[in-house]
Design a protein around this ligand. Structure first.
Ligand SMILES: Nc1ccn([C@@H]2O[C@H](COP(=O)(O)OP(=O)(O)OP(=O)(O)O)[C@@H](O)[C@H]2O)c(=O)n1
Ligand SMILES: C[C@](O)(CO)[C@H](O)COP(=O)(O)O
Length: 223
C-alpha cells in the first residue's frame, strides 16, 4: 500500500502578513513549501506528494516541485477557499495505489521525516486515523461569547494537535464526503464516529503563523 502526502499550501498567510502567500515565503534561502517537500520526501515510506497551492501560484509551486529529489513523484493542484477545500482538492489527485494518506500543512515546514515515518507505522499497525499531539503547558479554559469561563478541562486530557495527520485513504475520503468544514481532518473522522489515535508529536512541527514563528524557525535552522 503506497503512502501519499497531501501537502496543503493554498492559504494566504494573512497573519504572517508577507507580500506573497505564506508557503512561498523564504526561510534560510528556501521557500517554506520547499522545506516541507524535502522533509516529507526524506521519509522512506513516502512515495508521492500532492502539493495544493493557491490557484495564483501554480507555476511557482511547479518550479519548487521540480527541484525536489524525485520531481516525478510530486504533483501540484489548485486549492480552495478554506483549508478543508484544499485538502479535498489534494484527495482528488491521489494515485490509484495510494492506500495511506498523510495530510500536512506547508506552514509546519520543519516537521521532521521521522514524524512522518512514526505516523505511517501507526497506521500500518492497525490504526485507521492517527494524529501527532503535544501536551499543553498552559491551563486552558472554555469561554462563552461574553468571555465568561464555562469550564476548565483537566490539562492532562488535552493535546495541541499538529500535522502530518495519517489516515487509511478510504477513511479520509469517506470523512470528506460529508462536505463539512473542520479545523483539522481528524475532526471529520471523529464526526462520523471514527476512532482517532493521538501519538507523540514533535516540537519542530510547530505551525509558522506569525512573524515571530518565522523568526523561531530561522533560529532552529541556525542551531
Ligand atoms: N484555503 C486554504 C487555507 C489554508 N491552507 C493551508 O493550510 C495550512 C494551515 O493553515 P494556516 O497556517 O492557517 O495558513 P493560512 O490560512 O495561509 O494563514 P492565515 O489564516 O494567517 O491566512 C497552511 O499550510 C495553508 O497554506 C490551504 O491549503 N488552503
Ligand atoms: C490542521 C492544524 O494544523 C492542526 O493543528 C490546524 O488546525 C490548522 O489551523 P488553521 O486555522 O488553518 O491555522
Amino acid at each position: 500500500m503506497s503512502v501519499a502526502v497531501v501537502l496543503v499550501a493554498g492559504g494566504q498567510g494573512t497573519r504572517l502578513g508577507a507580500a506573497q502567500p505564506k508557503a512561498f515565503v523564504v526561510l534560510a534561502g528556501m521557500p517554506l513549501l520547499e522545506h516541507a517537500i524535502q522533509r516529507a520526501m526524506t521519509a522512506p515510506e513516502v512515495s508521492h506528494v500532492v502539493v495544493v497551492a493557491p490557484a495564483s501560484h501554480l507555476r511557482e509551486a511547479g518550479a519548487i516541485a521540480s527541484r525536489s529529489s524525485r520531481p516525478g513523484d510530486v504533483d501540484v493542484v489548485a486549492g480552495g477557499a478554506e483549508r478543508t477545500d484544499s485538502v479535498a482538492a489534494g484527495l482528488a489527485a491521489l494515485r490509484p495505489g495510494d492506500g495511506i494518506v498523510l495530510v500536512h500543512d506547508a506552514a509546519r515546514a520543519l516537521a521532521p521525516a521521522s514524524l512522518f515515518s512514526r505516523l505511517v507505522h501507526e497506521v500500518r499497525s492497525g490504526h485507521p486515523a492517527v494524529v501527532p499531539g503535544i501536551p499543553v503547558s498552559d491551563t486552558v479554559k472554555v469561554v462563552d461569547a461574553a468571555g465568561r469561563v464555562t469550564a476548565t478541562p483537566d490539562r492532562a486530557t488535552l493535546r495541541a494537535i499538529q500535522t502530518p495527520q495519517a489516515f487509511l485513504r478510504e477513511v479520509l475520503v469517506h470523512a470528506h464526503a460529508s462536505g463539512e468544514q473542520a479545523t483539522d481532518d481528524a475532526a471529520l473522522v471523529e464526526r462520523m464516529g471514527g476512532h482517532v489515535r493521538v501519538v507523540e508529536g514533535d516540537r519542530l512541527a510547530f505551525k509558522i503563523t506569525t512573524p515571530d514563528d518565522l523568526a523561531t524557525a530561522e533560529r532552529h535552522l541556525g542551531d
